[in-house]
Design a protein around this ligand. Sequence first.
Ligand SMILES: Nc1ncnc2c1ncn2[C@@H]1O[C@H](COP(=O)(O)OS(=O)(=O)O)[C@@H](OP(=O)(O)O)[C@H]1O
Ligand SMILES: Nc1ncnc2c1ncn2[C@@H]1O[C@H](COP(=O)(O)OP(=O)(O)O)[C@@H](O)[C@H]1O
Length: 207
Amino acid sequence: MSAVGKSTNIFWQECSVGKLDRQKLLKQKGCVVWITGLSGSGKSTLACTLDRELHSRSKLAYVLDGDNLRHGLNKDLGFSTEDRTENIRRVGEVAKLFADAGLICIASLISPYRKDRDSCRGILPESSFIEVFMNMPLELCEARDPKGLYKLARAGKIKGFTGIDDPYEPPLNCEIEIKQQNGVCPSPNAMAGQVVGYLEDKGFLHE
Ligand SMILES: Nc1ncnc2c1ncn2[C@@H]1O[C@H](COP(=O)(O)OS(=O)(=O)O)[C@@H](OP(=O)(O)O)[C@H]1O
Ligand SMILES: Nc1ncnc2c1ncn2[C@@H]1O[C@H](COP(=O)(O)OP(=O)(O)O)[C@@H](O)[C@H]1O
């Protein structure tokens, strides 16, 4: 019996089917691929291309996209520092459940604050939080501007936009960095291939 947060008198319920049983069934190991970077850096593109590539290899993955989750689970949150922190905390907890279910959970959120990403890392089993940094220059993201948000931010019509008037803290020790080569961004397939190579090397694509 214990107290956790505001809950008192709560108990942990164990079930006889465990993570290892699920991983055996799925022939893979559960983990979280956490994609962080500026708006327009290619997070969703990588998430969806990776999802498709894993699917084609009969591996079960699921994408948690920041924009999409803000339509439901996180629709009560805005973009203040506190709300972004709560956004990342919730998605980290959901991602942890997916990884425990044995899935390769692909989370793609700006997640601008290092301490919030590190907190998510801290609640996952050792080595199963794989941080992927979309290291794309602001100028490239701003030139892409597929939703026209940078334009609005520059015009002062969106306040607190990441990279413009709100901070982005790059990872210090990420597992994977995606960056331009000779000024050219790798193709979506090449970006996904980099992540699949990592998952393969570390044994996540086998039970
Ligand atoms: N102020 C501000 N700053 C940054 N982004 C903004 C903002 N307002 C709206 N948007 C849109 O919200 C998307 C980012 O949501 P996230 O949940 O990933 O953000 S965060 O991790 O909580 O910072 C982001 O999507 P992506 O472009 O896919 O990154 C934007 O479409
Ligand atoms: N590797 C890439 N090469 C060329 N264009 C890309 C690449 N990745 C993303 N893009 C384009 O950049 C824009 C932003 O990508 P998106 O995945 O929506 O970024 P984010 O989710 O980080 O906001 C989109 O128009 C997308 O088609």
